[in-house]
Write a protein that binds this ligand. Sequence first.
Ligand code: MG
Length: 382
Amino acid sequence: MRVALLGSTGSIGRQALEEIRRFPERFEVVALAAGHNVEALAAQAAEFRVRELGVAEEADARRLQALLPWARVRWGPEGLAELAALPEVDLVLNAVVGAVGIFPTLSALRAGKRLALANKESLVVAGELVMAARKYPDQILPVDSEHAALGQLLAGVRREEVARAWITASGGPFRDRPEEALAHVTPEEALNHPTWRMGPRITVDSATLVNKAFEVIEAHHLFGLPWERIGVLLHPESKVHALVELVDGSILAQLAFPDMRLPIRAALTYPERLPPAIPLPLAPLTLTFREVPRERYPAFWAVLWAGREGGTLPAAANAADEVLVQAFLARRIPFPAIAQGIAHVLERHANARATSLEEVLAADRWARAEAQRFVERIAPRV
Ligand code: MG
């Protein structure tokens, strides 16, 4: 299997390379791309002897080319799209962070490549465009614990037998904090996720539950599940990742230790399942579930609404969230302002049908600017 690994220096990318090192006879890495972390990318390219490389900007490309004169270095969204469609590539693992990840997603699908998809924005922002670009049903393999679980559960039943599906959420580090204390939580506390090891934006998105609203949107597109049949349950133990209730009332659940290497390996080795096991001891194991409380996670409900409304609203929600999370991490706005800013931007967005990538990206740009104005207005002057 010849792999293009896009987003190779991030959390998913590095764990994917750990898995690839485990099975050297099965995989050949033929392309790598990263954002600005040129030194780490150069080290990976040297280790895996990869010639085809991509970075975010032209200046990064020049630095990388100076380090690796023998490499072919591309940059920007076009560079990512080219790497995803290289003739020698069998599987593209898209772990790019941000809306730029939509470019290699569409390019890989149109070129008929199998796509292991960890880039959230592809389905959140451009779900209909992405699903329409598929050439065969199982072309997209989700690299996310909840969707990997749903895929396994739904593969074993007929669609008319499914009454309802759920994905679970840990509830993040502030699950049991008194609500009035949320105005004073720090980026360090938000980044200290109770059960998962992930990148900074998604970790903050787990604290607001915005990540879970995005995952509902992804599940809707990926599995063609109607909105009213996808639920979210708070499950602090993060051992059950998804459940499917059948028409006779029996419920199937997928359990696994919360470790991203599992969905990464499942996508890389699809349709096989390979050891070594990442064990989940069953005894003692307590599983608790509860509904998502409405007041504690206002951003979750706002983004879910945007997803159901569709059009360019999900793109606006994603872009606003990215700007607001950055501002929170930079200590410019308090934690509750992430949700307030998302609501502010969504209220002002003139929704339109998302019939092309240009329209989606225009909504993304508008929402980014609007969220930035919101930040400037409430951030204290320094
Ligand atoms: Mg997830």
